[in-house]
Design a protein around this ligand. Sequence first.
Ligand SMILES: Nc1nc2c(c(=O)[nH]1)N[C@H]1C(S)=C(S)[C@@H](COP(=O)(O)O)O[C@H]1N2
Ligand SMILES: [Mo]
Length: 263
Amino acid sequence: MTKPDRTPEEKIDYQIKRRTFISFSVFGLTAAAGATLWSWYRALPRTSDNLNALTRRILNFNEKANSVFFSHSHLAPTYPASMAMRNPKVNGTVGLRSAFNQEAWKLKVEASEGRQFEVSIDEIRALPKTDIVFEFKCVEGWSQIMHYGGVTFSDFMSHFQIGTRSGQAISPEHPEDIYPYVGLETPDAGYYVGLDVKSALHPQSILCYELNGAELPVNHGAPLRLIIPTKYGVKNLKRVGRMFFSENKPRDYWHQRDYDLAL
Ligand SMILES: Nc1nc2c(c(=O)[nH]1)N[C@H]1C(S)=C(S)[C@@H](COP(=O)(O)O)O[C@H]1N2
Ligand SMILES: [Mo]
């Protein structure tokens, strides 16, 4: 049995019909699947705020993800102080080579639009102290267990009521009030890092003035350095001179030199 020969016009006509049939079938099946999914979704139980259970879960997830206080579940592993390196390596002198008078040092803080002030090391030492012993990692391929002490960045921010647009103390109830970025620079502005505020507010991020329970040595960044265990060494700026909050990503020394150190 052979099919009667079709004229070219008939062939095209046949192909169009066949394709139209397939398109409609696919459309029909998709629509049916969508309708099934929609009725399943509609049938889900309601929560107290009369939202569908699934919607509530998605919203909860988004709210958490948007919060700067979001699940600081990722903590760097910590160690007993006895495991810390006695004579740790020194690395990096950018921004530390210019003449520096430690006695006269004060941290310049740009709290929010138009509000600036200076903080002395004694004021910083008077705040609650946090110690941390963790494995400090440099991108150059070495690491060592280090023991640092200082004030957590979040304690510092709440104490001085900085980093919010309103000028109020940071609060988990108002994460939208907090600037998204913070920048830190050496006093001579030779080295600088930009951080997302979430990383700064991580409970293990500290403004550090002690190493192994003693005063921080000058080559490790005295009088004050950043310790941010969730990031590589490069972000751990030594000799902080200026801190500012910003709506935009602050400049970053190594980022400008083509290292992407978002980690
Ligand atoms: N001001 C300043 N801070 C800096 C650097 C630098 O060159 N200048 N180097 C960074 C790098 S790459 C590392 S690994 C650490 C090293 O810290 P340490 O010297 O206390 O071990 O400091 C970081 N902070
Ligand atoms: Mo480093």
